[in-house]
Design a protein around this ligand. Sequence first.
Ligand code: ZN
Length: 72
Amino acid sequence: MREEAGARATWRRVMGGFRRMALTELGDEQLCPSCGQLWPMDREFFAVTRSGISYECKACIEERRAAHRTDS
Ligand SMILES: [Zn+2]
């Protein structure tokens, strides 16, 4: 029995809907608005700053950082 990713997620809206989080069978996950993927709420996938957890996944942040480097 196969299910689509996120099909069993319980979506939660945080901070006026800007941040999309879902509670799945794996635990708390967050939707990255850049790649549209659900990732576990973990330091491995999201950068944690003083103001909290970043809303974009690490991969997307790194990608933009790399693009900036080649831009200049
Ligand atoms: Zn991403």
